[in-house]
Design a protein around this ligand. Sequence first.
Ligand code: WT7
Length: 635
Amino acid sequence: MSNYHIKQFEEYFQVYKKSINQPEQFWEEIAEEHFYWRKKWDKVLSWDFRKPEVKWFEGAQLNITENCLDRHLRTRGEKTAILFEPNNPEEKAEHISYKQLHERVCKFANVLKEKGINKGDRVCIYLPMIPELAVSVLACARIGAIHSVVFAGFSSTALSTRINDCDAKMVITSDGSYRGAKTLDLKGIVDEALENCDGVASVLVAKRINSEVFMKAGRDYWLQPLLDEAYQDCNAEIMNAEDPLFILYTSGSTGMPKGMMHTTAGYMVYTAYTFKNVFDYREDDVYWCTADIGWITGHSYIVYGPLANGATTVMFEGVPSYPDFGRFWEIVEKHKITQFYTAPTAIRALAKQGTEFVDTYDLSSLKVLGTVGEPINEEAWHWYNDNVGKKKSPIVDTWWQTETGGIMITPIPFSTPTKPTYATLPFIGIQPALMDDDGQEIKGNQVDGRLCIKFPWPSIARTIWGNHQRYKDTYFSAFDNMYFTGDGALRDEVGYYRITGRVDDVIIVSGHNLGTAPIEDAINEHQAVAESAIVGFPHDVKGNAMYGYITLKDAGETRDHDNVRKEINQLITDRIGPIAKLDKIQFTDGLPKTRSGKIMRRILRKIACNETDQLGDTSTLLNPEVVQSIIDHKL
Ligand code: WT7
């Protein structure tokens, strides 16, 4: 069966059809032929979205690390599994072979066991993008412990909330981390967090920046001496298909962050299969995803998906702007990167620098470019296509979520014709539906609605840790017998999907539904504009009106020009219609962003609505300082 690697557009349709008509047979074949099982399944799928309950490959036994490591040892033992590129370009990159990675994971797993971690225990990992992060994730999986990685940019409050929610017994961290020219005191943040976490018995500390840190006797241990003492053999714990693999927190529009729980077999099969096809991965490729392993993108497409395919996956410790804005391109040239996967926010930041940096480096190794995390605006798409891909590398605009575990709507490179700002077609096995406000499915093309998924796929999150009711309420209650994504989307005349943004960002002006993404696209076309975000605020006549927060490329010169305001509204009128014009346009020095680079529209909305007393906790933002400045200059 050759369904594992799709190379043509017609083939996509054939395989897609099969995956929809005979989903169990389809996934069974993929699972059968491309993975290592200790025991095969009794049943491929059982599901009920109304409960909700989904089980894939029930009865099967496996260990995901045997699939990511052991089975490659014979054929790819010396091949680089992880290519670590440090923050400081002067420091040498580290090539960790499959053999070395296997040994490091086994030793680490033995350290976990020695410190009392058993199958099913939760381990919180709060590490920078250094090899120990991937190693500790895999070490947990080796022994059946459930990892919960917390992005090492979150505050101590955010960390303690997550530790307590999943009742983690151990925290793995480092003395500190490098971020560009700065260092962060991670161990200090952990110490602060642990003042509120009684359940944590031990803390393992990796050395990275060689700073002086406080070590609490009987609780805190330096990692390296323990690893030096550890045995290098560690049998993989045999796991059931539906045993939890990890918990990863994602913030909801309200309330506590949600601990999305993913399980073993389905997650493995789906992330491996999507990785192979969405990036057209071939044996000698050097694949680089710039995300942090603290996000789902890193879990699925830095660690598990690539390693399950025996790929070389790059881990980059630094930031795109250090030592200068050429860093990404320097790395692409140096390691001859073949696939490059990043976020629109990064592309916009780099595009803001013009083409000087990108033109300095040889990017001819690149074959496939990817984006993820938010809608990519047309201008950024073209900049990426023209200057990075030189118009010859297809861009895969991949839509998915923490909850979905893997990529859901995406082009398949060299097969699906791409279209700027469109994630295009559902991946194999994915059955999207657009729903109207009355809960009816909207059929046909040239329509828009709320994006739902009608049928389970192998890597869907199985629950919210400790709160199944919330899982049901959030994802399975808005529409009967469907998974609701929370996003809006449109389907064009050929059936391509464009994600228009979170449905909670939709602004209704004079009874018209306006997604924020197309309006921001129009604004961003203006040559003076660097970035924009629009929100609704109450209006006497129209119900809602639009408030635009806009950063200009050259803030000093043009800040108060009413002309720019007029031109922007003209662009919106041209692209969408006068209905979408902005009532207020505030030029700002920056937009509040989450650590993953997403614009926090919720905060901007509160400011526009004069509800600054309800801003909530802004300390976990990437740039909390811009909030006050925006408030001070509010129109
Ligand atoms: C939300 C999920 C999936 C990894 C990173 C984000 C938005 C994601 C796209 C895209 C338009 C996108 C959606 C989605 N989103 N990818 N290609 N085009 N929007 O994971 O933090 O769980 O966020 O990100 O709104 O619901 P996440």
